[in-house]
Design a binder for this molecule. Structure first.
Ligand code: FES
Length: 104
């Protein structure tokens, strides 16, 4: 499913190894740049309420600032307790200097 491709950032807006919050179309998203690749997930932790972009990105793992749960930003997969629900992910592509995400 391709969704609705929407520009959510410029490539210059996110540095290597950074996580940036993006509010778009009523969604709170997190945009990640890891080893030159781009990933997008929901920004709100599935455990309780915290923004993952306030946490710590190490490699492909984002750590929640509230209870230190971790997710793989490539797949949204929770990495064990206290996370029991995976994060939603969104397809990303880059066109020129625009970062596009396929919204539902
Ligand atoms: Fe993220 Fe609890 S709110 S681990």
């Amino acid at each position: 499913m391709d969704g609705n491709w929407t520009r959510i950032a410029g490539t210059g807006d996110v540095g290597e190894g950074e996580a940036v919050p993006v509010e778009v179309a009523g969604l709170s998203l997190a945009l990640f740049r890891v080893d030159g690749a781009w990933y997008c997930t929901d920004n709100v932790c599935t455990h309780a309420y915290a923004l993952l972009t306030d946490g710590w990105l190490e490699g492909c793992l984002i750590e929640c600032p509230l209870h230190n749960g971790q997710f793989d930003v490539r797949t949204g997969e929770g990495q064990g307790a206290p996370i029991i629900e995976d994060l939603r992910t969104y397809p990303v592509r880059v066109e020129g200097d625009a970062v596009l995400v396929a919204l539902p």
